[in-house]
Design a protein around this ligand. Structure first.
Ligand code: 4AD
Length: 455
């Protein structure tokens, strides 16, 4: 008999009769004459209650020793449940104890702190919260591909090992072979020159946009920034669309449309997991997501944002000043207190942004944009790209970067240059927003942060 997943079984309107299920025991209660096992197979939040009668021949060998954490296979008859909150329960006819779990199984039924669960990242997907978060993560990855594919964007795989520093900030991990001696003497680089783990697929993405028009990337990125915050990871995933014949206006419109579409998809397809997050993580989550799906976002220039912050009368830890980068606390003031909705801030001072952003006619700002959301701050950073060869070369020189290393990138401006624009959506920041989870470490299966690379 084929296995039926709990998500399908618990959804079915009519009783499927005889079924075969597999999963892990969440809890078990032994009563006189029978045992109740709550089992879960990870396909959904809900457990299935199994009733195993003591007359089963394997009762003492398979049912009694099946403790919390054990894996089991159960064949039986599904019947309407007498109990509250569940439609069906399973009367076991055969129970197989696939793998037992001794008493030291760390996830006994009691509340665990998120910090403790991080230390057992190999087991935490078996909890309600992490099951929900990682099912939502999977759905969002699918929804992202769907969003772009439906709009004719081509998915491009940009390299993970690269020789270019896209952001020009030097926050990169170096790639070396185990033969350190050779690397130290600088004579024998594996790739013939220093290479790094990519901080962004943008530059390579641009080459494809300048050929295939609308493209996107979706892959891992790495930053060696030493920021031990709840929204920074050393390894995270980024979605980077890039569009030829597109300006900042088109870029901001796509970013807003994407965030709305992903929120709508989560509300439609992750309803049960979101209800759980709403109950146990953030009581305003669903209300906020519905608000974001329905209302239009705000847009303001960087100059306007600074003026609002200065007029707010708030004392920020980092004082606001024209020409300096906005900090998370400033971003959160704008989205949470002032506008109370997502905000796109555009036209930033050129001094705080990378070389590839298009210089505005005022000479002082660039056509950059950041999309900020309540609870987190920036989830998207993007810009129109500098398509004028002479201006781009001047930018590289100004930022002390080696023109030779960017020769291929400059070629895009030499041969058939076009206005083009794109952005990067931090996948984990999006997931924090959609789930309400407050720490980036809890939306990544195995987080990498300064000092931590367990598992
Ligand atoms: O603003 P960033 O640095 O932009 C870029 O990398 C551009 N090359 C993107 C582009 O235009 N194609 O990063 C984009 C987004 C941020 O808004 C944030 O959501 C996320 O990536 N991000 C991080 N997420 C987790 N941990 C970190 N250390 C992150 N750094 C950036």
């Amino acid at each position: 008999m084929p296995r039926i997943r709990l998500v399908d079984l618990l959804r079915s309107e009519s009783c499927p009769g005889k079924v075969f299920v597999q999963g892990w025991v969440r809890t078990k209660r032994d009563a006189k004459g029978f045992s109740f096992l709550e089992i879960n197979d990870g396909s959904c939040l809900a457990n299935l209650q199994v009733i195993a009668d003591a007359i089963l021949p394997e009762y003492s060998s398979a049912v009694l020793p099946a403790r919390t954490g054990a894996s089991v296979e159960v064949m039986g008859e599904l019947v309407a449940s007498q109990g509250k909150g569940q439609r069906w329960e399973l009367r076991a006819e055969k129970v197989v104890l696939t793998g037992s779990a001794p008493e030291d199984y760390p996830l006994q039924k009691k509340g665990h702190s998120l910090e403790f669960l991080r230390s057992i990242a190999h087991l935490r997907p078996r909890t309600n919260l992490f099951g929900a978060v990682f099912r939502i993560r999977s759905r969002m990855a699918y929804a992202i591909h769907r969003f772009f594919q439906e709009r004719g964007f081509v998915y491009v795989h940009t390299p993970i090992i690269t020789a270019s520093d896209c952001e020009g900030a030097g926050e990169m991990f170096r790639v070396v072979t185990m033969e350190r001696e050779k690397v130290r003497t600088g004579k024998e680089e594996f790739f013939g020159k220093p290479t790094y783990l990519t901080v962004s697929g943008q530059l390579e993405g641009e080459t494809f946009a300048c050929a295939l028009s609308d493209i996107y990337t979706f892959g891992p990125t790495f930053r060696a920034e030493n920021s031990n915050t709840s929204r920074h990871a050393a390894e995270f995933w980024m979605i980077e669309p890039e569009m030829a014949f597109c300006d900042l206006e088109g870029d901001m419109a796509l970013a807003e449309e994407l965030v709305k579409a992903l929120v709508a998809d989560a509300l439609d397809f992750c309803a049960a997991d979101l209800v759980f997050c709403n109950q146990f993580v953030d009581k305003e989550l669903i209300q906020r997501l519905k608000f974001v799906r329905e209302r239009s976002f705000q847009r303001i220039s960087y100059t306007e944002a600074v003026a609002l912050l200065l007029a707010s009368g708030k004392s920020f830890e980092y004082p606001v000043e024209n020409g300096v980068a906005l900090q998370a606390e400033h971003e959160r003031y704008l989205t949470e207190e002032h506008f109370q909705c997502p905000v796109t801030v555009y036209n930033y001072p050129k001094g705080i942004k990378p070389f590839y952003m298009r210089r505005n006619d005022d000479g002082a700002t660039v056509a950059a944009m950041d999309l900020l959301v309540p609870g987190i701050g920036e989830i998207i950073g993007g810009s129109q790209r500098e398509e004028r060869l002479d201006v781009l070369e001047a930018n590289l020189r100004e930022q002390g970067l080696d023109l030779d290393a960017y020769r291929w990138y400059l070629d895009l401006r030499r041969y058939g240059t076009v206005p083009h624009a794109g952005f990067g959506l931090g996948f984990e920041r999006l997931l924090m927003f959609v789930t309400g989870v407050g720490n980036i470490r809890d939306v990544i299966p195995f987080p990498r942060t300064p000092g931590v690379a367990a598992f």
